[in-house]
Design a protein around this ligand. Sequence first.
Ligand SMILES: [Zn+2]
Length: 237
Amino acid sequence: MRLISVLYALLTLMLMGGAGLVLLLFVPNTPLPPAWNPTLSLDVTDPVTPMTRIKLQRALADGASCKAALTTGATFQPMADLVTAPQCGIADRVRLTAIGAARLRPVETRCQTALRTAMWHHHGITPAARRHFAQGVSAIHHASSYNCREMRTTAGGTGRMSTHATADAIDISGVTLADGRKLSLLDGWPAADNRGAFFRDLRDSACMWFRLSLGPDYNRLHADHFHLQHTGWGLCR
Ligand SMILES: [Zn+2]
């Protein structure tokens, strides 16, 4: 008798499982936290869960979704697409001025590049700054994002256009901590103190949020900045 009631209970649970999942996902007062709910769009400030990657991919898929997600963690103005030359321009253009509490010198970039930078700030830069310096960051320093130029290598030009020509990349050169102390990659990377560890943590976390990340370990052209790309092949050095 007891076995039968257990079997009944199991069967009922299985039948209700599907309905329960649907209820969990779609009812307005679902107890499922938003960060775990794949039907809700990305909030940049939500904790990272196994659902985050799915939500991020959806947000990156088009300009409107991207800008909607970017409002949750950054300050920016949407702008009309920029078309300057056949191989140059900025689709889904935004003028980014802050991410969370961190200011940026205003930078025109592609929303997707800005959104990846915002994820990196909230889930990479800020936790690393708290770990190594017990405070957040008040500014992020960039060298550029949009630049209609060819790719550069240590051997010179390549004849191929840089991902900067479409603002699919951004160059980050350092941060200012909340107490006003400025940390540059150029001085901090080789430092034996916590700056070196901080910037290595930044490089590692950038690899989680960008599709391609290059820093001082890659070549001497990147001694003073991280080159971070929305597009690419998973290179992380
Ligand atoms: Zn670059």
